[in-house]
Design a protein around this ligand. Structure first.
Ligand code: MN
Length: 718
């Protein structure tokens, strides 16, 4: 158990010459009235006020606050009254202790009304005397540290949830970051135990791997600081579990995609040194410019100051480095407490008051709110600037990330409502589904039975829930379609070779085939056939090995018969990342080698190639577009259409045909049309190897006498 003398030593150190008699007396009084009481841990009750006072001493608060911390539970838990405290310790201490007592009556509940009430009390207490809230926060820290002694898991979870909902955000808003992180970390453990354990295991594994990495980065930073004549203290540490978890959830990342799992910090003496250090870091590792944040020049509302820069580190990875002075570091840890602690008069001084105008605003405005919903809405705007609060038609409040749309709202209510959502009204007016919701909006969702999600929604939804549900639905639908198509394709192929796909399915042999082709389930295998990644023939070959050989023999024979032509199975297009995929050319825009192209993944038919400027392509979903390029070793020919305008002349068609065939090109079709004006139109579809070759042919045609104009015909172009 911590001793009162340890606390006094700390107070002397930061506040020499201060009269501490009041602390001694508070300690003695507290010990007397709490006598015989024990904590759930089995320790004497007095250990709790002592720990709370110790936390506050570390935050360098004034003597009255330490005394009040020692007495913070006496009104609630002992026969002592506010009057007793006032008589013995003066009005200042009595005021703080009674403030803490009032706050202690907060219910353990996250129900909106009660949460609003809790926040309202906290905010009022902050404006009245911020020290009440500091003691309450320190009290909560110690209660969280000893939460393990609670017998009932439901109670642990309820206290932890309240900590996440109310105490951690308030600590953050007051700029006391160590408190925010510690509260969140412990609360995370009790509210989402499985997630906590999962991240803990991942962090521990990463820690083993990354120790060496941390050492290398630290050493390089240190060398650079020495070279620049800067005396910087360098720290490298792992991000908190809860911060990692939140980043994974909010950005839908896997653990190994959270790049700033280790944050490096350089702490220096002066502001100019900070900027010099930033320059030095940037000279060593390339900065990612949009990731530089200068909170020294532009402090955050909670007074946080630091430079944050993300650079491409020694292994080509992203590293976040924070640069700040020792003073800024202290403020970043203790926030508001750092600002008034030494100052006489206990209340927030004017400068700090200015920075915390938001507290005053909340309090001044709170009288205007009649119902808790309205109040909480306003409090939360200030506590969580990245969230919005909207209402259901029944007046229930829903929290969404900034930028959220009616589709996010619909999915938040229920997955089915999300899927079937076809329209939305905001404050009674129809809005598009991509409409950005604002705090205070009342949102009504219109649904149509049997309606299904659209992949376009992925372009605007903001919540992870909506995104994952829409993706899951699209994947399931595509898989379902691919599966029925795949089955159909297999049945046909098997039938052609006098085999029965159905009996293969029934025999159970199909599972072995799936396994040998690297698929976990038969469904997966069939779906991949439909998707064009596996051919039915591959399955057939796996089932009937002798057939495979026969096939080979046939192929050899065919090869002899048709010579090189059979080889031309290649399409001349490379699909990025996929070797073995069916490729088909769109009929709408007839792309030629040399044309900019893009691919579109089609149900069961692999990838369809379109010109990049094809109008049809622009109408198709971006989700399923895939990067493709022309193969350099291409020997294929492709159909291209041209239109030739000429004056009518005998023998012109023969001249054009000669030019085309001289270019070693085949004509697939030819049409002519004579207009009344005496103008003749020729339409040719010819086989060419590239857009270059086509251009050459066209320019040769232009040289023919009486030809007025030659154009390539591309349908659907923009
Ligand atoms: Mn307490």
């Amino acid at each position: 158990m911590i001793r009162i003398t340890d606390i006094l030593d700390k107070v002397y150190e930061y506040n020499p010459g201060q009269e501490t008699d009041i602390i001694d007396r508070a300690y003695i009084y507290s010990a007397r009235v709490h006598e015989g009481q024990v904590r759930l841990s089995g320790e004497p009750y007095l250990s709790h006020p002592l720990e709370v006072a110790n936390i506050l001493a570390d935050m360098r608060v004034d003597v009255e606050s330490i005394a009040a911390a020692l007495l913070h539970d006496v009104i609630e838990d002992t026969p002592a009254t506010k009057e007793d405290i006032e008589e013995m310790f003066g009005p200042g201490v009595a005021h703080i202790v009674s403030g803490v007592t009032k706050l202690s009556a907060l219910p353990f509940s996250t129900k909106i009304a009660q949460q609003a009430e809790s926040l309202r009390k906290m905010i009022l207490a902050m404006a009245d005397d911020i020290r009440v809230v500091l003691i309450k926060l320190a009290d909560r820290i110690h209660n969280m540290r000893t939460l393990k002694y609670h017998r009932k898991p439901e109670k642990q979870a309820a206290i932890a949830q309240e900590t996440l909902d109310i105490y951690a955000p308030i600590a953050a808003r007051l700029g006391i970051f160590w408190m925010k992180y510690e509260l969140e970390e412990i609360a995370f453990y009790y509210t989402l135990r499985d997630e906590y354990d999962r991240i803990d295991a991942l962090v521990n594994r990463a820690r083993d791997e990354k120790d060496e990495y941390v050492r290398v980065v630290n050493e390089k930073l240190h060398e650079k600081m020495v070279e620049m004549g800067l005396h910087g203290e360098i720290k490298g540490r792992f991000k908190a579990h809860y911060s990692i978890y939140q980043k994974m959830i909010s950005q839908n990342l896997e653990f190994n995609e959270v790049y700033d799992i280790i944050a490096f910090r350089i702490i220096l003496d002066t502001v100019p040194q900070c900027y010099a250090a930033m320059g030095a870091v940037h000279s060593m590792w390339k900065p990612i410019y949009y990731k530089i944040k200068d909170y020294i020049g532009n402090p955050k509302p909670n007074m946080y100051q630091s430079i944050h820069t993300t650079v491409v580190g020694p292994k080509g990875e992203r590293v976040e480095i924070q640069i700040r002075t020792h003073e800024m570091d202290r403020i970043a840890e203790s926030g508001i407490a750092a600002h008034w602690s030494y100052k006489e008069g206990s209340k927030i001084d004017e400068d700090t008051g200015e920075l915390f105008a938001w507290i005053r605003n909340l309090v001044e405005n709170q009288e205007n709110y009649n119902d808790p919903d309205e109040f909480i809405e306003n409090v939360r705007i200030d506590l969580y600037p990245d969230e919005i609060y909207v209402f259901t038609p029944l007046g229930e409040i829903k929290t969404l990330p900034k930028g959220a749309t009616p589709v996010d709202f619909a999915y938040m209510i229920h997955t089915e409502i999300g899927a079937e959502c076809t329209g939305a009204k905001v404050n009674g007016k129809l809005v598009p589904l991509a409409h950005e919701l604002k705090t205070g909006n009342t949102v009504e969702i219109m649904t149509t039975k049997g309606h299904t999600p659209s992949s376009d929604w992925l372009n605007f939804v903001k919540t992870v829930k909506a995104r994952t549900k829409i993706r899951a639905w699209i994947n399931a639908r595509e898989k379902e379609r691919s599966r029925s198509l795949g089955r159909e394709m297999c049945e046909k192929t098997f039938k052609k070779r006098n085999q029965s796909f159905n009996s293969l399915m029934k025999s159970g042999d199909i599972e072995r085939v799936a396994d040998s082709l690297g698929f976990k389930t038969v469904d997966d295998l069939i779906a991949h056939v439909g998707f064009g990644k596996i051919t039915p023939l591959q399955i057939l070959n796996k089932t009937v090995p002798h057939l495979e050989k026969q096939e080979d023999k046939n192929e050899g024979l065919l090869k002899k018969l048709v010579g090189r032509k059979k080889k031309k199975e290649s399409t001349g297009v490379i699909v990025k990342g996929l070797d073995d995929i069916l490729v088909r050319f769109s009929k709408c825009c007839n792309p030629l080698p040399g044309d900019p192209i893009t691919g579109y993944i089609t149900q069961g038919q692999g990838v369809t190639i379109h010109r990049k400027s094809c109008l049809n392509m622009l109408k198709l979903s971006k989700e399923r577009q895939i990067e493709v390029q022309w193969s350099l070793e291409n020997t294929e020919s492709y159909p291209a259409s041209i239109k030739i305008r000429t004056e009518d002349r005998f023998g012109l068609l023969a001249d054009i045909a000669t030019v085309i065939t001289k270019n070693k090109t085949n004509i697939l079709s030819a049409n002519t049309e004579t207009l009344e004006t005496g103008v003749c139109l020729f339409y040719f579809t010819i086989l060419v190897e590239s857009s270059n070759q086509l251009r050459q042919i066209m320019s040769s045609i232009r040289k023919i006498k009486k030809v007025m104009d030659v154009k390539r015909i591309i349908r659907n172009d923009i």
